[in-house]
Design a protein around this ligand. Structure first.
Ligand SMILES: C[S@@+](CC[C@H](N)C(=O)[O-])C[C@H]1O[C@@H](n2cnc3c(N)ncnc32)[C@H](O)[C@@H]1O
Length: 260
């Protein structure tokens, strides 16, 4: 793992000691619920900063995507994401009971603790684009490193709650590089789905780490500038689909389209 990856790992000990999805729990992610359902239909999707893979798995399982790749800089998290995929697969069978008798295939969450997750069968031509076979994960600092999957391009790139960390870790240059890379890997007509963190939330993150504090002093770009910045790079105007989240997680979700 490169230097920025290991320093991010160090930072994770502050940020994720309590696990991100215990702070932001959602069986159905409310950010995805804001999006037009046809966005993911048959799409190739990249979820940058996938963390433990909850969003990636939901897109792959419930939103009709053909292929979803979750990428995270932190390999501890991508390992947990592979585990999440097995958990989601194990428990996706019928959960209801009729007359208090479980339906065949019912696999309560508690079974995983006792027996482990169900094995994932090999993909067949008929289901290779269905969950669980359509979801995979990879460890990479995607801002700075291309990955082999980028070559084929993506119809949708998700960047949920990510820009602040790229910005604070790598400065304005890293953020610009990230946005340019997204533009380059999107297919014509493809969409960036962005949930940026507000500038006010940077203050708390800066307090966690002296390096981030130093980096923050040099930042000239602000999240409010992202819309015009993305348009200068060639994206269309932001389509604001809504705002969701409680307290400090209350954030807008915007779609930026690359021209067809
Ligand atoms: C706040 S979490 C957001 C998780 C998820 N996207 C969500 O909103 O549910 C940010 C994630 O981005 C990852 N990350 C930060 N910089 C990254 C980079 N350059 N490349 C890939 N992942 C990165 C972190 O490891 C972390 O898991």
């Amino acid at each position: 793992m490169g230097e920025s990856a290991s320093s991010y790992s160090k930072l994770r000990t502050y940020l994720y000691a309590n696990r991100y999805y215990t702070k932001r729990p959602a069986v159905k992610d409310p950010r995805l619920a804001l999006l037009p359902p046809e966005l993911f239909c048959g799409a190739s999707v990249l979820d940058v900063g996938c963390n433990e893979g909850w969003v990636t798995c939901e897109i792959a399982q419930s939103w009709g995507a053909r292929r979803v790749l979750g990428v995270d800089i932190d390999e501890t998290l991508t390992r947990l994401a592979w585990k999440r995929k097995r958990t989601v697969w194990s428990t996706q069978g019928p959960t209801a009971a009729i007359d208090e008798k479980p339906l065949p295939g019912y696999f309560p969450t508690s079974f995983e603790h006792t027996f482990g997750p169900l094995p994932i069968p090999s993909a067949q031509p008929v289901d290779k684009h269905l969950f669980p076979h359509n979801a995979s994960f990879r460890t990479a600092d995607w801002t700075n490193n291309a990955i082999p999957q980028d070559a084929a391009g993506y119809d949708v790139v998700i960047a949920f709650s990510l820009t602040k960390w790229i910005h604070l870790n790598g400065g304005d240059d890293a953020l610009l590089r990230f946005f340019r890379r997204v533009y380059d890997v999107l297919t014509p007509g493809g969409s960036l789905v962005l949930e940026p963190q507000a500038w006010e939330t940077y203050a708390k993150a800066k307090r966690m780490d002296s390096r981030l504090r130093e980096n923050a002093k040099c930042l000239k770009l602000r999240p409010d500038d992202f819309g015009s910045l993305l348009q200068e790079m060639g994206f269309g105007a932001a389509q604001h689909v809504g705002t969701t989240g409680e307290g400090g997680f209350c954030r807008p979700v915007d779609i930026y389209k690359k021209p067809a």
